[in-house]
Write a protein of this length. Structure first.
Length: 278
């Protein structure tokens, strides 16, 4: 991996094992041989920032790099993002990811100062842009107490659903596959310090399941922008369910807790024109 003050670049061969591993976690059958495509959003298992242990803060996140906390003790929350898949990554070929900061915004929230950071990632393979992604991350000050509860659950919309039974084993395996060391996902003794009363189910896992529900219903994400936003924390273990959004699954989905509360929402935009890599 190479870095400069504004970008980080990582190159690796897209191996079969991460796809095989996630398929086992989700108990689905997908092809994972040489020249097979990586399913949309499953790129989150590749080209990861693998920091040394000494570079991690008390919460498990890196204390430097892209992005870096805006100050000591700031708590990190993953808020959502947008993924445009122009072409699937292909197993067996090398790919390059360039990471940079798209923008940073300071705001004053209910719990105090908030720093919103949008991270831009562009992945190329064979010289062509395959995936362009923006990830929204929020940093809040420590000692702000519990997070607001989820709103009352509305009635579920009609249409196909997809459920996932999440326990401690699955949380551990997904953290390992995505190299996510944030302690809220696996350290039950730590989670109260960030205002949670149980292990937190990963936002990217919920987003991936929303996108995968579309894929399994033969709704293509290729050439389109999949946007997702985390609405409220989902604390497990529990079985959560993905349901169609208000306008139907071909336009978006919702991730709902076992109690029916909406914890994440997604949209699927129209055809996107392929830009040149930055």
């Amino acid at each position: 991996m190479t870095d400069n003050p504004t970008t980080a670049t990582r190159t690796e061969v897209i191996a079969a094992e991460p796809v095989e591993s996630l398929a086992a976690v989700l108990e689905v059958d997908v092809p994972f041989g040489t020249d097979d495509p990586v399913p949309p959003l499953w790129h989150w298992m590749y080209l990861l920032d693998r920091r040394r242990q000494s570079e991690l803060g008390p919460d498990g996140h890196p204390t430097s790099g892209i992005p870096a906390p805006p100050g000591p003790g700031r708590r990190r929350m993953f808020a959502g993002g947008r993924v445009t898949t122009y072409r699937p990554l292909v197993i067996g070929e090398s790919a390059v990811k360039v990471t940079s900061i798209a923008r940073t915004v300071e705001k004053e929230g209910r719990t105090g100062p908030l720093t919103f950071v949008t991270v831009l990632q562009e992945i190329t393979q064979g010289g062509d842009l395959a995936i362009r992604e923006e990830q929204d991350i929020v940093y809040r000050v420590p000692g702000t107490g519990a997070l607001p509860p989820a709103p009352e659950p509305p009635a579920p919309p009609a249409g196909p659903t997809l459920s996932l039974d999440v326990d401690e084993r699955l949380l551990f395996r997904f953290s390992a596959l995505t190299y996510n060391t944030h302690r809220i996902h696996y350290d039950l003794g730590y989670v109260p310090t960030e205002g949670y009363d149980g292990l937190v189910i990963h936002g990217p896992l919920q987003a991936l399941m929303m996108g995968d529900h579309m894929r399994r219903q033969d709704i293509s994400l290729l050439g389109r922008t999949f946007g997702y936003r985390l609405v409220s924390p989902m604390v497990g273990p529990q079985t959560f369910t993905v349901v169609p959004g208000p306008d139907g699954l071909e336009h978006g989905a919702e991730s709902r807790s076992a109690a029916g509360a909406i914890c994440a929402v997604s949209t699927l935009g129209g055809t996107a024109e392929t830009p040149r890599p930055s």
